[in-house]
Design a protein around this ligand. Sequence first.
Ligand code: C5P
Length: 239
Amino acid sequence: MPAREKIILALDVSDREYALNIVDRFADHVDIYKVGLELFISGGPVVVEEIKKRGKRVFLDLKFHDIANTVIKASLAAARLGVYMFNLHASGGTEMMRRAKEAVVDLCLKENISRPKMLGVTVLTGLSQEVVKGELGIQHSLRTHVKQLSRLSVSAGLDGVVASGHEVEMLRSHFGKDFLIVTPGIRTSWSPPDDQKRTMTPRQAVREGADYIVLGRAVLSQPDPFKALELIQAEILTA
Ligand code: C5P
């Protein structure tokens, strides 16, 4: 797979015009853009439409977590918006995920729209083992917890998960090659970890089996974002 097909660029900005300007500037290098809470709340669904108009795909990263009925409605809205993929918190439970998946499949068949990929969010890459145990009270290891949440995602019929690079190899060997793994928290040797805890380099994440890596500050906060992206793509090719 060419390096550019592995990359999702995170549009973590609040201004719609600025976000679309990034899409235009990176058009020759990136095909999938991540719209998260900040941009979706300030820019609205129209930002997704605008990205699609440019022939690009959207990963809607709103991490749905609510009662099943609400998550179903939100998932249907995401499908109608025509996003390429979106995510739900696996800790919302199997029923929430399964019913959302079934509703999306039904809608897409009925309205003849292509079904978005649905991912379970496992443990956020900004959380450490200490926080997961000490604050959230989860007694088994973080890796075991990620595996458990991934298992729930699979049994609910989701396409895969969002997980840190540290768990990719374990998940790949457990859930096989068709299980989709999207990995944020990517940091190069030259970019600081910021608030991320379980980081990994692009080369290593791809080598361990990530289907996609999410690049945010590792590209957009660099003095020369194009150079950073070029170096990352070269790095992926050697994975
Ligand atoms: O700038 P950085 O590369 O840290 O951005 C990572 C992006 O991935 C952010 O938009 C963040 O919300 C998102 N993300 C994450 N961890 C997850 C899921 C999504 O960091 N488990």
